[in-house]
Design a protein around this ligand. Structure first.
Ligand code: MGP
Length: 178
């Protein structure tokens, strides 16, 4: 008997080749696999590139099924994200631990979670966990603290509201830190 997860999840991918300055953000983003059992997760995970092998510019997402990894998704719209930063090629283990903690429902406020993304950039890799209600400080801080523990992450982690990112772009400031 396969082991059913509490939620179904979808991997999404955005290819750098398909990204262009003219195209609207997210227009080349595609859902690639949906899984709802532990066995399906491993069969997908074992056959896809891990962040260290993805091309610079790639964005790889794992979100609860039916939640689109966009600020525009109604479930994400009032949310925000915690971000952990890694040097180039050093995020693979943390990406796996993040996925396992999410799909294994290890967070006390797991209902608050939309999904996670890894952004592969020239000099660094960033992993973020997106949440639903950014103004619910207690739930966000709980998720941030637990995530840091699961990753054994020793640096300061910041939480940005999507609303600030939308309005202020790179000038958006952390609203919470753990
Ligand atoms: P990013 O990809 O989250 O940041 O957002 P990063 O990785 O630091 O930037 P990059 O240039 O290295 O890719 C970068 C930009 O993409 C934002 O400033 C927005 O213009 C756009 N963008 C990002 N997200 C997550 C969204 C979104 O959900 N919706 C829309 N419309 N634009 C977004």
């Amino acid at each position: 008997m396969p082991h059913l997860l509490e939620n179904s999840w979808t991997f999404w991918f955005d290819t750098p080749a398909a990204k262009s300055k003219q195209a609207a953000w997210g227009s080349s983003m595609r859902p690639i696999y949906t899984f709802s059992t532990v066995e399906e997760f491993w069969s997908i995970y074992n056959n896809i590139h891990h962040p260290g092998k993805l091309a610079v510019g790639a964005d790889f997402y794992c979100f609860k099924h039916k939640i689109e990894p966009k600020w525009e998704d109604p479930i994400c719209a009032n949310g925000g994200k915690w971000t952990a930063n890694y040097p180039k090629g050093k995020s693979d283990t943390s990406w796996l631990y993040t996925l396992l903690a999410m799909i294994g429902e290890q967070f006390d406020h797991g209902d608050e979670i939309c999904g996670a993304v890894v952004n592969v950039r020239g000099r660094a890799e960033k992993i973020s966990i997106w949440t639903k209600n950014a103004s619910n400080e207690a739930a966000q801080v709980s998720i941030g603290k637990q995530w840091k523990e699961f990753l054994d992450y020793n640096e300061t982690m910041g939480f940005i509201f999507h609303d600030d990112a939308r309005k202020l772009d790179r000038n958006a400031k952390n609203k919470y830190v753990v």
